[in-house]
Design a protein around this ligand. Structure first.
Ligand SMILES: Cc1ncc(COP(=O)(O)O)c(C=O)c1O
Length: 426
C-alpha cells in the first residue's frame, strides 16, 4: 500500500513545484507560519462556496474557512457584490469613508460592551493596540494571559503561547480562576491588563468552566487592571460574540476575522471612556495605519456580520456536533485513541485519549499524518486538527466531510498498523 505521504506527493506535483519556486523568494516558502506543513503545503488556485481547488485541479471541502474568517464560505456572492461595488468607488483615500462608519455602528449595536471601535488591519495589531490602551489607562506595563493562549504575532504574546513568561508577560492556567487571582494578588500593581480568549482557539478549542471569565474579570478589576476579551475567533459564536453567551462585559474587546468578510482586518472596541485614549485629536495612544478602516474591507465585513444571524449560528453549532460525533465514532471504529472538542461552529480532533493544550502535543505526529490523509480524501482542515464550519455547509457536505475523515482515519490506522497505533498518543 502506498504511504499517505507518497499519495499526497503523487496527487500534488504542481504544488510541489510551486514550493520549490516559493522557497527561492520567501523564507521557508511561505509568509504565514500557520499554513506551512510537511512535506510541503498545497497551493490553491481558486475557491467557491464550500470548496477549494488546488493548482493540480484537486477539489477540497473547506472545513477551515481561512482559520475561521470565512464564516459564509468562499466568494460568498453577497460579500463579493458589496466588495465589488465598493471597489468601483476606489480602493482607499486619506479621509473618512461611510462603510467603516457603518461597520463600527454595527459592531457597537451587536456587541454589548462595545461603545466605540478603532480599526486595524489584523487581529494581531488589535491585541497589541489593546495592550497600549491598557498601559495608557493604568500607567503599568505588564500583561497577564493564559499559558498556551493565542493572541497573534507579537513578542509580548508569543512567549505565552509557547508556555514561557517574558519580561512583560505573566502567565496563569487557562480555566483556573484561582491561579489568575493568585498572580493578580502578587503582581497586580504592575499588570496593565488581563487578556483572555473566551475559548482557547489555537490552543485546541477548549471551553473554560462556567464562571471562569467573570471571576477573572472581577479579579482583574479588583487589581485595577483592564480586562480584555480576545474575540478574534469567538465573535462567530454569538450575535453579540461569546461574551454575550458567557454573560461577561469586558473593558476592551479585540475582533478580526469575520468582521472583514474575508479581507485583512482587526478592531478594538470598548467603553467610550477607554477608547477615547485613541482619539486622533489628542488621545495618548497613537494608532494610525494607511489602510485602517479600508472601505472595501468594511463593505465586505458589514455583509459578513449582518448575515451571521442567531439561526445560522445555531445551525452551524448543530452541524458541528453531528460531525464531531461521526469523527469520534470513526476514530473508535479504526481502533485509534481519540477525542474531539467543540465550541459552537469550532471543532478540534485529537488522536489521543485526552485533549492536550500546548505546542508539545503527544499526538502531534499522528495528527500531522491525519491532516495529510484528509487532504488525500479531499477534506481541508488545519494541520493541528482544527475545523471551523461555515453557513454554506449543508447536511450533505457534513456527510462528505465525515466520510472523508473516516477514510483518512482508516489510512492512518493502516499506516500505524503493527506499529504502535494506540501507544502513539497515549
Ligand atoms: C484569539 C486570536 N487573537 C488574535 C489573533 C491574531 O489575528 P491575526 O491572525 O488576524 O493577526 C488570532 C489569529 O488566529 C486569534 O486566534
Amino acid at each position: 500500500m502506498r504511504s499517505i505521504v507518497d499519495t499526497y506527493r503523487s496527487r500534488t506535483p504542481r504544488s510541489a513545484a510551486m514550493h520549490e519556486r516559493a522557497v527561492r523568494a520567501l523564507p521557508g516558502g511561505d509568509t504565514r507560519a500557520v499554513v506551512s506543513h510537511r512535506p510541503y503545503p498545497l497551493t490553491m488556485a481558486r475557491a467557491e462556496g464550500p470548496y477549494l481547488w488546488d493548482v493540480d485541479g484537486n477539489r477540497y471541502l473547506d472545513l477551515l474557512g481561512n482559520y475561521t474568517s470565512l464564516v459564509h464560505g468562499n466568494a460568498y456572492p453577497p460579500i463579493i457584490a458589496a466588495a465589488e461595488e465598493a471597489l468601483r468607488r476606489g480602493t482607499q483615500w486619506a479621509a473618512r469613508n461611510e462603510p467603516a462608519v457603518a461597520l463600527a455602528e454595527t459592531l457597537c449595536r451587536r456587541v454589548g460592551s462595545v461603545e466605540r471601535v478603532r480599526f486595524t488591519n489584523s487581529g494581531s495589531e488589535a491585541t497589541l493596540l489593546a495592550v497600549e490602551i491598557a498601559r495608557a489607562a493604568t500607567g503599568r506595563r505588564k500583561i497577564l494571559m493564559a499559558r498556551f493562549g493565542y493572541h497573534g504575532s507579537g513578542a509580548i504574546f508569543e512567549t505565552g503561547t509557547y508556555g514561557r513568561e517574558g519580561p512583560d508577560t505573566l502567565l496563569a492556567r487557562y480555566g483556573d480562576a484561582d491561579d489568575f487571582a493568585a498572580v493578580l494578588e502578587r503582581h497586580g500593581d504592575v499588570i496593565a491588563c488581563v487578556i483572555l480568549e473566551p475559548v482557547l482557539g489555537a490552543g485546541g478549542v477548549m471551553t473554560p468552566p462556567p464562571g471562569f471569565l467573570q471571576s477573572v474579570a472581577n479579579a482583574a478589576r479588583g487589581a485595577g487592571s483592564v480586562f480584555v476579551l480576545d474575540e478574534v475567533i469567538t465573535l462567530r459564536l454569538g450575535v453579540g460574540g461569546a461574551q454575550a453567551g458567557a454573560g461577561v462585559a469586558p473593558d476592551l474587546t479585540t475582533m478580526a476575522k469575520i468582521i472583514g468578510g474575508g479581507f485583512p482586518v482587526g478592531a478594538v472596541g470598548g467603553s467610550e471612556a477607554l477608547m477615547a485614549l485613541t482619539r486622533p485629536d489628542g488621545g495618548p495612544v497613537p494608532s494610525s495605519g494607511t489602510f485602517n478602516g479600508n472601505p472595501v474591507t468594511a463593505a465586505a465585513g458589514l455583509v459578513s456580520v449582518e448575515h451571521l444571524t442567531e439561526d445560522r449560528i445555531a445551525a452551524m453549532a448543530r452541524a458541528t456536533e453531528v460531525l464531531a460525533g461521526r469523527c469520534a465514532a470513526a476514530t473508535e471504529d479504526n481502533g485509534l485513541p481519540g477525542a474531539v472538542t467543540t465550541a459552537g461552529s469550532l471543532l478540534n480532533l485529537y488522536l489521543a485519549d485526552t485533549p492536550a493544550v500546548g505546542p508539545s502535543r503527544p499526538d502531534a505526529a499522528a495528527i500531522g499524518l491525519l491532516h495529510l490523509a484528509c487532504l488525500n480524501h479531499g477534506v481541508f482542515l488545519a494541520p493541528r486538527g482544527m475545523m471551523a464550519l461555515s453557513t454554506v455547509l449543508e447536511s450533505h457536505h457534513i456527510d462528505e466531510a465525515a466520510a472523508g475523515i473516516a477514510a483518512a482515519l482508516g489510512d492512518v490506522a493502516a499506516s500505524l498498523h503493527g506499529a504502535t497505533a494506540s501507544s502513539l498518543a497515549r
